[in-house]
Design a binder for this molecule. Structure first.
Ligand code: DX5
Ligand code: ZN
Length: 229
């Protein structure tokens, strides 16, 4: 199954994070937003908290580092067992070196782009990545509206991945709802982060299933059955 739904615990109950991870046990991974109050104007959790949460989580971790100097900090998230670690292209000094380090440590290497960062300068390094994250809101906060202006970039990224022959997952993050997920999947994304639309729902597992169904149908309509990821 190639469509991935990764709920963001940024919208979970912070007083009950272990239970909130168990509430999304049917997800493909939990999306963990690490913010440092510098790269983005918000602060969440760091390595010691993420390390302990990983130990009690029933699903793999998809860590999204919205921090300065990921060259220094990102490898430690791989070392504590996070399955996927994504750094921002705008913050990394040596993204190829960093992606190689993450892979050597056994993690999938992801690179994220802010909504206004073009994908073209990075297309030659697709083979160094396992995932390309196209932000569909300005990073920093949950609950924002999906930016349709990013759809052409999602499509160009998906087309470049298809043309490159390397199995890079195109992930989108921000404002993903039952409606916007259709447009993102039609544009070629296969991995979807959803915070408020999962944890704000009465039944998070049902919300995951609903998003998965909508994305699977929309992707297949445009790109054929998803054999990706
Ligand atoms: C925003 C974070 C997102 C956020 C998404 O900076 O990177 O992962 O949790 O939340 P929603 O789905 O509510 O937009
Ligand atoms: Zn995120």
């Amino acid at each position: 199954m190639g469509i991935h739904i990764n709920p963001s615990i940024l919208s979970a109950d912070f007083a009950n994070l272990q239970a909130e991870l168990e509430n999304i046990s049917t997800a493909d991974a939990a999306h963990i937003d690490v913010m440092d109050n510098h790269f983005v104007p918000n602060l969440t959790w760091g390595l010691p908290v993420v390390k302990r949460l990983r130990e009690v989580s029933p699903v793999p971790f998809d860590v999204h580092l919205m921090i300065e100097d990921p060259d220094r900090w990102a490898p430690q998230y791989a070392q504590v067992g996070c399955e996927s670690v994504t750094f921002h292209a705008e913050a990394a000094t040596a993204p190829i070196k960093l992606a190689r380090t993450l892979r050597e440590l056994g993690a999938a290497a992801g690179m994220a782009l802010r909504p206004a960062t073009p994908v073209e300068p990075y297309l030659d390094m697709l083979s160094e990545l396992d995932m390309l994250l196209v932000m569909t809101v300005e990073p920093g906060f949950g609950g924002q509206a999906f930016l349709d202006v990013t759809l052409p970039k999602i499509r160009r990224a998906a087309e470049a991945v298809a043309g490159s022959g390397t199995p890079v997952v195109v992930q989108v993050d921000g404002g993903v709802t039952r409606e916007s997920i259709v447009r993102a999947a039609e544009a070629g994304a296969t991995c979807f982060v959803a915070g408020s639309s999962v944890y704000g729902a009465q039944d998070p597992q049902q919300a995951i299933a609903s998003l998965r169904e909508a994305a699977t149908r929309a992707y297949a309509k445009t790109w054929g059955a998803c054999g990706c990821g």
